[in-house]
Design a protein around this ligand. Structure first.
Ligand code: KG4
Ligand code: ZN
Length: 357
């Protein structure tokens, strides 16, 4: 089965082709970052218009890349939510129109399920069950994943998502939008021992997290530094702040992921979402050890990341999730979008196999 996947929930237009026999055979992406940069953030109206402009050319490029034609497509999957309403509607309208013209079904996909399943697109696939750490611009959640659609929310951020904290902190450090990835690059140049930011809720006994207070600490540090340097924020200090901020976020994420593995008894951790591209998170989780009991020796944890280009928004994860959800395919009535849509509302998907490769 050949599934075309359409992603348009925010500021990336993604179109990909996933073949259940051959795997991912086409993957095209257009990022609107440059367009939104001059406004310092995503402008929803501009995002919707740009998705409309890009969808057809990206589909044609994707078909060409895969060496197939429209007639070979068996189903069209698209992101139904959560995301920006207008942006989602652009993708939904296009997917429904294309599927209608081809006489094929559409498969509405939950964006976070796309992220959650994206590590299954890697060469080495995680075994079920696993704990998933979903770290994107809008969500920071720990999930117990027992099968496709069988997700239990274990804990989440009570305020800002980790990616949002990266972006907001980057903004107050004067970095251009989107600042998260840039901040993490500058953190490489910073010293780890100069600043020490709080690790909110690190020792709470549950799996809840909080990141909004962290940016306030950074703000105070930035203000003090500017006062001491005649209004300037020297590059070296800024880099040290980036390093300390990133260390604080990563410490919390790693500690909570470890606690989730202890609580569930699962031995595998899967990381998904844009912040999964962060080098420090990858390095730290790659060395994660947990104790199964207070006296037991720490055991290494097997951690799976999506391939780097599939961490941030893309069509491949939507095509893949769509292929895993073909039993939910619809011929009509899937036009609506769900800008707010908790992942835990997704129902379990029958006997659909996890891996179709
Ligand atoms: O998953 P994603 O592409 O979009 C959402 O569904 O939100 O995640 C985007 C988020 C942004 O907040 C961005 O700053 C963050 O992921 N991000 C990073 C890095 N690359 C992207 N955060 C930290 N370090 C990175 N290298
Ligand atoms: Zn996303």
């Amino acid at each position: 089965m050949l599934v075309l996947g359409i992603e348009s929930s925010c500021d990336e237009t993604g179109v990909a082709l996933y073949d259940t026999a051959r795997g991912l055979i086409g993957n095209q992406l257009h990022t609107q970052m440059a367009m939104h940069a001059e406004y310092g953030g995503v402008v929803p109206e501009l995002a919707s218009r740009d998705h409309i402009r890009r969808l057809v050319p990206l589909t044609e490029a994707c078909l060409k890349e895969a060496g197939v034609s429209y007639g070979d497509i068996d189903a069209v999957a698209f992101t139904q939510g959560p995301g920006l309403g207008g942006a989602l509607l652009a993708g939904s309208s296009y997917a429904n129109a294309l599927a209608f013209a081809l006489g094929k079904p559409v498969v509405p996909v939950h964006h976070l399920e796309g992220h959650l399943l994206s590590p299954l697109l890697a060469d080495e696939q995680p075994p079920l069950p696993f704990v998933a750490l979903l770290v994107s611009g809008g969500h920071t959640q720990l999930m117990a994943v027992r099968g496709i659609g069988d997700y239990t929310l274990l804990g989440e951020s009570v305020d800002d998502a980790a990616g949002e904290a990266f972006d907001k902190t980057a903004k107050l450090l004067g970095l251009p939008y989107p600042g998260g990835a840039r901040l993490s690059e500058l953190a490489k140049l910073g010293r780890p021992d100069v600043f020490n930011f709080p690790r909110p809720m690190l020792h709470s006994h549950d799996l809840q997290m909080s990141f909004s207070g962290l940016k306030t600490s950074v703000l105070t540090t930035v203000q003090k530094t500017r006062e001491a340097h005649g209004g300037e924020l020297p590059d070296s200090v800024r880099n040290n702040i980036c390093r300390a901020f990133q260390d604080a976020v990563v410490d919390v994420l790693a500690a909570k992921a470890a606690k989730a593995l202890q609580q569930t008894g699962f031995g595998t951790l899967v990381v998904a979402g844009g912040v999964g591209a962060n080098w420090k998170l990858r390095e730290t989780l790659g060395k994660l050890h947990i104790r199964r009991s207070p006296r037991a020796k720490p055991e290494p944890v097997k951690v799976y990341f999506p391939p780097l280009p599939l961490c941030t928004d893309n069509g491949a994860m939507i095509a893949f999730a769509g292929a895993m959800r073909l039993d939910g395919a619809q011929t009509a009535g899937a036009f609506n979008v769900r800008p707010r849509w908790p992942l835990t509302e997704i129902v379990r998907s029958g006997d659909t196999p996890v891996s179709a490769v």
